[in-house]
Write a protein that binds this ligand. Structure first.
Ligand code: ZN
Ligand code: ZN
Ligand code: FE
Length: 758
């Protein structure tokens, strides 16, 4: 008998609900080892016994875990051999107070895809088909360790066939907690339809969609509102019912080939579309009429995703060999405007009753509401714009131990962040914290995540804006250290944290609104900063924003402020915007600006974009955040190299020369598309100019670009190209959004540093 050795391996990371234990089982069997593996509330523990070479082979094999698993740390210790006879998978051991990562929801894998589309398979047409490599996770988990009784699958008793798969270590569904089949698992039903079986309900749903109806469809993390994206009348009706906002709707297509019929798709975008996270990917639209223009009005891009559950797939038909019944379906969040996505059947019927003609529901509860994530690619890398399904609650490894911190985020597109050990865990997208519903979602998600991750924050970080609900929430917490973090400092710190930068950087923080330390509204900021603090080196020259939030909805107010600033109090240049806005309104606002009544001083880049969009005659009123700036970007032309002027005097960046140039161009009949491009070039040139000055003074050559304005990739591209050729090292967001959805990460990074200092 050969001499046996025994090793104990403790692993932490994303190792539960991702097929890790079966993987270990197979690996141990391959090397003829004995022992066991078990899920604990801090990860996975393995003990294996056998000959040294075999143990060696086993340990080497652990280095390539299944695709969804991620090993963050592992520790191997020698322990005495016990003379074990076989290898087994033991039941989970719950330990109090320990920490474990919860996997995100994963799109249906290829094997499950094959199962539910194979005629004769016992899961043929079954909308809830999943296995250890795919399926719902975060959205159904109530507690950890991750086991069926603590998921919303608890009420479904597995049938003998499912049970056999679940218990067979050789099966793909071994210990797949949401394992289900048509006999024992969740069922769908179309309200008011009395057909039998899941497929009949889906067929009737397809028929209604073909007829142009709007359906509320319960998915993985909440309800979607769906209609045929090729049916102009249906899409327009949905837009009308959703409060007539022009905010782009996302669409879903059955496969890449369908997507390529209406959008350009490159290699990186294809990979993003097909990744297991299945986000909405922003693509260039071909504008060939296959998709209703009402899906994304005045937009050259379209948000597209592929099906990520069998139910979604079946909405396009049952036979993979036949053409899809729809080129694409609109699949937009099931909410009226900005409140949280509806998740429960009854809640959906109440809240979406006025929006949807019919409801396709199912009886598996959604524990946690999670919206679709939104990404785009830049330089072949996925860039998160909304970090939600498929990503949350996957942590960001900060590379150092931190105290337990809660960072409350901002207001719009909000998300919060908890830290634990080395991890920063961003919540899923919570939405605009402007109403009680969203605040309730914030608090419910926070309570849930604190319990999940066993976090009891001792430090609470928040934005300085006294009016934000997240700030008020933070200030109401008791018995914690409270650390206020300036908005743009948090933006740059977020960019630094995800790029693991230490030391000082040049931070370019461009966005719409952020509360400044002087009580003004900032948003066109050049900082020199590290985590501990920042210096405001320069900013867009202040102009008055007249009428608070109304000025954000009416870009012409900003245009008027910039025109007055540029041309003085006399006669203003003749511009089309004066025709679309009533004389009386103009006079009132003009007086407000002149006398400083009901105005605040702003240095916001977002508002400058608004003003230019208005002056160029594009848009005088917006009905969703960032609309004017987006429409200005959308018309930008290629191949224009000219730019307008600007002046930097001390800390003031004066764009009056640019405003003058724009007006001159418009009067000379230069098309708005050229004006837009020249303006983008101006902003990129301004970034490089300021960075050069700062480098000359400080010797800094690392530049972080952050803030909502950098969702404008025309600007990103211009700035990055120019900065690199000027010898700068440029850092962008990828894992977290540049907009306020990433703010909490930066707040956490700053609070971590300041707390250590204190
Ligand atoms: Zn699967
Ligand atoms: Zn079953
Ligand atoms: Fe911001």
């Amino acid at each position: 008998m050969r001499a046996a050795a025994r090793k104990r391996i403790e692993i932490s990371g994303t190792v539960q609900g991702v097929g890790f234990r079966p993987f270990v089982y197979h690996l141990a069997c391959r090397w003829g080892l004995r022992g066991w593996v078990v899920n604990t509330s801090s990860g996975v523990v393995i003990e294996v016994e056998g000959g040294e070479p075999d143990l060696h082979g086993f340990l080497a094999g652990l280095a390539t875990p299944p695709p969804l698993a991620r090993i963050d740390q592992s520790r191997v210790t020698e322990i005495p051999a016990e003379g074990a006879e076989l290898f087994e998978i033991r039941h989970s051991a719950a330990g109090a107070g320990q920490f474990l990562l919860v996997p995100p929801d994963i799109a249906t894998c290829d094997d499950c895809w094959a199962d539910f589309t194979r005629p004769g398979d016992r899961r043929y047409g079954y909308p809830f088909t999943n296995c250890t490599n795919c399926g719902p996770r975060y959205t159904i988990i109530r507690d950890i360790p991750y086991d069926r009784p603590v998921t919303t699958m608890a009420r479904f008793q597995m049938c003998a066939d499912c049970e056999a798969e679940y218990r067979n270590p050789g099966d793909r569904r071994f210990h797949a907690q949401p394992n289900a089949c048509p006999v024992c698992g969740p069922q769908i039903s179309l309200d008011g339809f009395d057909g039998t079986g899941n497929l009949e309900h889906i067929r009737e749903t397809r028929r209604l969609l073909r007829e142009g109806r709007i359906l509320a469809i319960k998915g993985l993390g909440g309800f979607h509102l769906a209609c045929d994206a090729g049916n102009d009348a249906a899409v327009r009706l949905l837009r009308e019912r959703k409060r007539r906002s022009d905010k782009p709707f996302a669409v879903m297509a059955r496969d890449i080939r369908s997507v390529e019929r209406f959008c350009a798709v490159d290699e990186a975008e294809r990979a993003a579309l097909q990744s297991v996270r299945r986000p909405i990917v922003i693509l260039q639209s071909l504008g060939n009429g296959l998709i209703s223009p009402a899906a994304a009005p005045r937009n050259r891009t379209l948000g597209v995703m592929l099906p990520y559950t069998p139910l979604h797939y079946l909405l396009f038909g049952e036979d993979p060999a036949s053409p899809a019944e729809f080129t694409a379906l609109v699949m937009t969040s099931g909410n009226l405007s900005e409140e949280p996505i509806a998740k429960d059947n009854q809640e959906a019927r109440e809240r979406l009753g006025g929006l949807a003609d019919r409801f396709l529901v199912h009886d598996r509860d959604i524990q946690t509401r999670v919206d679709d994530s939104v990404v785009r690619t830049f330089e072949s890398r996925v860039r998160l714009l909304r970090r939600s399904r498929g990503y949350a609650p996957q942590p960001i490894d900060m590379g150092m131990e931190m105290p337990e911190i809660l960072a409350c985020g901002g207001e719009l597109k909000s998300a919060f962040c908890l830290t634990k050990q080395r991890y920063a865990i961003l919540s899923q997208h919570v939405g605009d914290l402007e109403n009680v519903e969203t605040m309730a979602f914030f608090e419910e998600t926070l309570a849930h995540m604190k319990r999940f991750f066993r976090v009891n924050p001792r430090v609470v970080a928040y934005d300085l804006h006294p009016g934000y609900l997240s700030t008020r929430f933070a200030l109401a917490q008791e018995g914690v250290d409270k650390i206020g973090v300036q908005h743009h400092h948090a933006h740059i710190a977020a960019c630094m944290a995800e790029n693991r930068l230490a030391g000082k950087v040049i931070g370019v923080a461009f966005d719409g609104t952020g509360y400044g330390t002087d009580g003004c509204i900032w948003g066109g900021e050049f900082l020199v900063c590290d985590y501990a603090g920042f210096e405001r080196r320069a900013h867009l020259r202040y102009v008055p924003l007249a009428g608070g939030d109304t000025a954000i909805r009416q870009p012409w107010r900003m245009a008027l402020a910039y025109l007055r600033d540029t041309f003085g109090s006399g006669v203003l240049p003749d511009l089309p915007l004066f025709e679309s806005v009533g004389d009386r309104q103009l006079q009132v606002v003009d007086r407000m600006i002149a006398r400083g009544i009901n105005t605040v001083q702003v240095s916001s880049c977002g508002r400058l974009f608004d003003a230019v969009a208005s002056i160029a005659g594009l848009r005088q009123e917006v009905n969703y955040e960032g609309q004017a700036a987006i429409e200005l970007e959308m018309i930008a032309a290629d191949g224009v190299l000219e730019a307008y002027g600007f002046e930097i005097a001390g800390a003031d960046i004066d764009v009056r020369p640019a405003i003058e140039g724009i007006v001159r161009d418009l009067h000379a009949g230069v098309p708005a598309a050229i004006v837009s491009t020249k303006f983008h070039n101006t902003m990129a040139a301004m970034i490089v100019d300021m960075c050069r000055r700062t480098r000359a003074q400080e010797g800094l050559r690392r530049v972080c670009l952050s803030g909502g304005t950098f969702q404008n990739f025309t600007l990103v591209k211009g700035a990055v190209t120019r900065l690199r050729s000027a010898g700068f090292e440029v850092f962008l967001h990828a894992e977290t959004p540049p907009n306020d959805g990433g703010l909490a990460l930066g707040q956490a990074a700053v609070a971590n540093r300041l707390h250590h200092v204190a």
